[in-house]
Design a protein around this ligand. Structure first.
Ligand code: HEM
Length: 424
């Protein structure tokens, strides 16, 4: 079965474009081959067919999960995320897990978490002056938010060791080639081998996290995602097991930490180059703040694709695709279509306040269908609070030209880390 056309360059070449200059690469292949386009990179084991038209996006997000599962695409995360993690599950098990995770991320629940996120954001931006690499700062802040608001950790005696332990595990997880190589071998050649060291780091992290869980079970306190997950009951009325809670919390860490940090760093990268947007933000209109968040997620999405691997041949938008290939709504291309987004490459929050709202099939930074980002309301709330806290500052770019996109493990980040000059 012939796949839609795509670049003929060898996989190593395409991989370089995909990793080092993902935005330019996507723009180039789209301009040359149109929609859809097939790419071959070492990022996936089989060719990947990228679609961006709303009709194709709708079809992909509605594909039967049995025919187009997503869990397999995150398989390499299993050694850390765990077997019960929503990320690696498919079918009924995945849907059951999704239902459980929906409660804490209900828009109403966000109100309870907002105050803590706002406090943490204010404390963070208070330290800013001179040159700030926002990606580094946002990695720190979004981890702090996850530890306190998601894991429900309290006090430095719980937070400090958890912070260290997260770095010990996530630094390995962030390197996909390393994870893949280790998962392939999966041989514990002693505590000094890469796999052995990784397993020890995960065990240490798990022990600390389960300590927090045990304490919150005994003495529930405060508003946290963990507190809400502890209230869950399965069909037989049983509370969640430690193992299950651990996998739920780790899935939220893996899915929610780097994505939020990258999205915020991009927002700062754009804001620094748009003083007029900063000025309007400072005026404090909540509708404008929301428009800035939406526009940052559109113009610079942290994830470029939402892949599904076909287990059977499928036809998408009239294109017959064989089993085995990865089919994906290309988030980046869908949000850069000139037919849907006039002046698509411009950062213009005003577009959200003029005319009719865009179709949900053309604004897809959180993917879609049954796999749509489970933490989307949380992520948007967090972005709003951080940008609100930073609004009184004046941000200027260190260099006038915009930063290039670069792939860093799962996410796409500004290549100079979203560096800004801060004036108070
Ligand atoms: C701006 C930040 C974020 C972005 C851009 C983002 C984007 C995404 C995308 C594109 C997906 C895959 C959707 C698909 O395959 O159709 C996803 C999945 C997911 N995200 Fe997010 N995300 C963000 C923040 C968060 C946060 C803060 C959390 C939780 C605290 C979270 C939890 C999840 C989970 C659990 C999944 C897996 C859903 C499933 O497989 O059913 N995300 N996210």
């Amino acid at each position: 079965m012939a796949l839609p056309p795509g670049p003929r360059g060898p996989a190593p070449w395409q991989t370089l474009g995909w990793m080092l200059r993902p935005a330019a690469f996507l723009q180039r292949v789209h301009a040359r081959y149109g929609d859809p386009v097939t790419i071959r990179t070492y990022w996936a084991d089989e060719p990947m067919v990228l679609f961006s038209s709303p009709a194709a996006v709708r079809e992909i997000f509605r594909l039967d999960p049995a025919v187009a599962p997503a869990g397999q695409s995150w398989e390499y995360l299993r050694p850390f995320a765990g077997a019960d993690s929503i990320l690696v599950l498919d079918g009924e098990e995945h849907l059951r897990e999704r239902r459980l995770l929906q409660t804490p991320f209900h828009a109403e629940r966000m109100r309870a978490f907002r105050g803590t996120v706002a406090e943490l954001a204010a404390a963070e931006v208070r330290t800013w002056s001179g040159r700030v690499v926002t990606l580094e700062r946002m990695k720190h802040l979004t981890l702090e938010v996850i530890l306190r608001v998601v894991f429900g950790a309290r006090g430095e005696e719980e937070l400090a060791p958890l912070r260290d332990a997260v770095h010990g595990t996530l630094d390995t997880v962030r390197s996909m080639p390393r994870m893949l190589a280790m998962a392939l071998v999966q041989r514990d050649l002693g505590p000094h081998s890469p796999w052995g060291r990784f397993r020890l780091a995960v065990e240490r992290f798990d022990a600390l996290l389960l300590d927090v869980v045990a304490r919150r079970r005994e003495q529930p306190e405060g508003d946290s995602v963990l507190a809400l997950l502890l209230e869950q009951r399965d069909e037989d009325g049983n509370p969640p097991t430690d193992r299950h809670l651990r996998d739920e919390l780790v899935a939220l860490l893996v899915a929610g930490h780097d994505t939020s940090a990258a999205s915020l760093a991009w927002a700062f990268e754009r804001l620094a180059r748009h003083p007029e947007v900063q000025a309007r933000l400072r005026a404090g209109d909540p509708a404008y703040l929301e428009a800035v968040v939406k526009e940052a997620l559109r113009a610079r999405p942290a994830l470029t694709i939402a892949p599904r691997r076909l287990t059977e041949p499928v036809t998408v938008a009239g294109h017959a695709l064989p089993a085995g290939v990865h089919v994906t709504a290309c988030l980046w291309l869908a949000m850069r279509r000139e037919d849907l987004w006039p002046q698509a490459s411009a950062f213009r929050p005003e577009r959200w306040l003029e005319g009719a709202p865009p179709s949900p099939l053309s604004w897809i930074p959180f993917g879609g269908g049954v796999r749509r980002c489970a933490g989307a309301p949380f992520a948007e709330m967090e972005m709003r609070e951080v940008l609100r806290a930073a609004a009184p500052l004046t941000l200027r770019p260190v260099r006038a030209e915009g930063e290039h996109a670069r792939r860093s493990a799962l996410v796409v980040t500004p290549d100079r880390g979203g560096e800004v000059l801060v004036e108070r």
